[in-house]
Write a protein that binds this ligand. Sequence first.
Ligand code: HEM
Length: 412
Amino acid sequence: MQATSGARDEPTSVAASFDPEHLPAAFFEDPYPTYRWLRERDPVHRCPDGSLFVTRYADLDTVYRDRTHFSSDKKLAFGPKFGPGTPLYEHHTTSLVFNDDPYHARVRRQIAGALTPNALKAMTPAVTTLIERLGDALAAKGRFDLIEDFAAAIPVEVIGNLLGVPREERGPLRAWSLAILGALDPALSAEQLARGQRAVTEFLSFTKALVDDRRRHLRGDDDLLSRLIRDETGGALLSETELLHNCIFLLNAGHETTTNLIGNALVLLLTHDEERARLMTDPTLDASTVEECLRYESSNQLGNRFVSAAVSLAGVELAPGEYLTLCIGAANRDPERFPDPDRFDIGRAPNPHLGFAAGGHACVGMSVARLEGQLAVGPLLRRFPTLSLAGTPIRGRRARFRGFRSIPATLA
Ligand code: HEM
């Protein structure tokens, strides 16, 4: 089967009155016809709440790279969304991703300094062993969930190792991460909000214990947490609050996004026979497969920026204070940038997708995510040629983080 998601659908009324805060169920199954309609007819779409929804590749690329006119500082947006002074507000407004320089640059330098090519090389054997062990467990079960029993187990191990979280304490990390990042979705129920607030409070006391212990037993240069505590760049030390929230952000950032990358990739390959057959016989396609999955079903679909100085974007005059949602999922299917964009092609080259954004805030963990994807997806499919879906995968139904809650599968 060679799916061309949404390529021939007629424009829908959903697209014409598109409101990211009120999305119908069909949108979550396949948002791409709506994105195509917006890209072609209303690429800087004014939403009912006054914010703008941007869908063309060239416009996203411009915004991500222009830090003079566009700001990542979200204090203005998160006050009304989370309530000023609440745990979610404090967390999201303190993490590097939602700040501008110089604070952003100070934290980013420390993290990037720990994710060197050598550090990645050192991670590889543990990830390979974990994936083999997970494969053994799948073989023993015969029928399983590719999210719960495979994809979700990989990032927790990698990020846990990176920050030196004791293995026996990693249990609650995934649920906290889902609750905290889930609270970033455009539409938020009272229950989701309460869950997110609770998760920040619990995660803070967990991280404080971890940091207190590491302060007493500082480790070497390759330990990310020790680097954040020491700050060897000569800059001011992070305050306790800054340190804790950025550790939480790191634990979260690499979690659901990477789980979804692996889950989305497996579903794509299990439903595209020709592409799967190519990957089965050619392991040199492992890297480009991961890139194509990041493009075709971006696990992080939305980003945001504030306009900080008047500027024109695609002919639309933007005033300071305007709020933009950058639709990575739409930009990555833009025919102006990708020939035949609705075709899933694991050998696509070049593939300059925006799955990790671009510019000064581009994902600092992208090489970690790529490593996990490359070690997980191709090797699993080649190890188990009979792997197949055992039911309909269940989507997470989130606009920002696109992925599956559950992927029933079997080796029969
Ligand atoms: C497939 C997996 C991943 C995807 C799709 C992804 C996507 C992204 C995107 C789109 C951004 C930019 C956000 C913005 O500025 O609007 C970002 C930032 C970031 N990501 Fe990732 N990410 C992934 C995995 C990871 C991992 C594994 C880590 C940590 C090891 C990580 C750490 C970060 C950090 C710290 C930032 C903030 C960078 C900054 O503001 O300068 N991410 N990520």
